[in-house]
Design a protein around this ligand. Structure first.
Ligand code: NDP
Length: 384
């Protein structure tokens, strides 16, 4: 991914003024790496949320009190939501877009980044449109539904010198940073085997009323919009956990679709799926994902011990233990931490770490595609 030059950075933040102003202004938002007691008062990244569904609501709530970013705009196809969000979050009328007039955002210097929280197959279009408008972009997971779409998204962002992140909130969560450390630093020796499963019978119990993914009208059951069932939506967390515990990429996968208990609802997408991954070190993973039952656990067996989380992949709080004792961290506002860290790097004109960028999202989609192919053919699929 290209580095954003100092000049394009300055232009991006609408500071195309005299050099003296640039020189005096830039250092004030060259944010310190360590959080200090002095509250940050410099320039913040202004974010527009695109698609105001259940997760966007969670993101907006979590963003309140953010240090390095603001909820500054919205993109919605539902006029009633525009009115409600405008009032609730004090969003200026000029920062409100719908899907038709969205490209006009190119003229809006008050928006620095777009956060795409649409159904999966729509991520590509809105990432590309955001990039063409000169805005940095975060897209929700899964990054897209095909490898080709991911590649086009990465290219569009590179071509337009903007950065692309994927909404991997757990990459900022202390419990997950700990299991990553335990695995990658081989605290209990080489990890040999991982089990990771995530399934929800009712998708989001915090939403009122709870979101029922078994509602036949839900986009998650429509393959064109979702790209697949629980593997795309939830299994991606299991793939991620295995990849960051081991710090390796799978070299082969096998997979099996589970029993379909409701053939009418699950005519396009799977109800459940199990898959196995083999990694270069020889480590193996056995994973499962479902919208037919509840499950949320990750277990890693290493040469001299083990560690596990249950629950471990949902929104938390998480419960964990290892051979050395409990793994327990105070819950954090995950989305706030994620957006603050991303915004801080953008303000410092630094590249985002690869593990949260489009390249990472692309890797997940390659694995997901291989798993579907393995389940459909009943054969082992090799990943290069
Ligand atoms: P929702 O169905 O709750 O929201 C999606 C929103 O997209 C809708 O409310 C609507 O907003 C907009 N939209 C535009 N076109 C369509 C369409 N054709 N069908 C349905 N909605 C449309 O989904 P979620 O918020 O649960 O998921 C959105 C994305 O976020 C997905 O990619 C999902 O994987 C991801 N996600 C990530 C999570 C995480 O923890 N990182 C958790 C949950 C979801 P509007 O009315 O404003 O136009």
């Amino acid at each position: 991914m290209k580095n954003i030059s100092r000049r394009s950075f300055v232009n991006k933040f609408g500071m195309g003024v005299g050099a003296s102003v640039i020189m005096t202004t830039l250092p004030s938002f060259m944010v310190e790496t360590e959080k200090t007691a002095i509250p940050y008062t410099g320039k913040k990244i202004n974010i527009a949320l695109c698609g105001l569904g259940i997760y966007a609501k969670r993101v907006a709530e979590s963003m309140q009190g953010s240090e390095y970013c603001n909820l500054a705009g919205i993109v919605t196809g539902t006029p009633a939501k525009a009115i409600q969000w405008k009032e609730q979050y004090n969003i200026p009328e000029k920062n409100i877009y719908n899907y038709q007039n969205f490209d006009e955002i190119v003229k809006n210097k008050d928006i620095d980044m777009v956060y795409v929280i649409l159904p999966n197959s729509l991520h590509k279009e809105f990432v590309v449109r955001s990039a063409k408008a000169g805005k940095h972009v975060i897209t929700e997971k899964p990054m897209a539904i095909t490898v080709k779409d991911c590649e086009e998204m990465i290219k569009a962002c590179n071509d337009n010198s903007v950065q692309l992140a994927v909404g991997y909130r757990l990459h900022y969560e202390p419990t997950h940073l700990e299991i990553k450390r335990l695995g990658q630093e081989k605290v209990f020796g080489q990890v040999r085997y991982i089990e990771s499963s995530l399934g929800y019978k009712t998708y989001d119990t915090i939403a009122k009323p709870p979101v029922d993914v078994n509602n036949p009208a839900h986009w998650r059951l429509n393959k064109k919009l979702s790209g697949g069932g629980p593997l795309m939506d939830l299994g991606i967390y299991c793939i991620q956990a295995c990849r960051y515990i081991l710090g390796e990429e799978p070299i082969s996968v096998t997979a099996q679709f589970g029993t379909v208990n409701d053939k009418k609802r699950f005519s396009e997408t799977e109800e459940s799926i199990s898959w196995q991954m083999v990694f270069p070190s020889g480590a193996m993973a056995n994973c499962n994902s479902s919208v037919g039952y509840n499950i949320d656990r990750t277990y890693a067996a290493a040469d001299a011990g083990s560690f596990e989380l249950s629950p471990g992949l949902s929104y938390g709080p998480y419960e964990g233990k290892s051979t050395n004792g409990p793994i327990k961290f105070a819950p954090i506002k995950q989305q706030q931490k994620q957006l603050d860290e991303i915004s801080k790097l953008l303000l410092e004109n630094k590249k985002l770490p690869v593990h949260i960028t489009g390249e990472e999202g692309l890797k997940d989609i390659k694995v997901i595609n291989a798993i579907y192919k393995a389940a459909e053919t009943g054969k082992k699929v090799l990943l290069s």
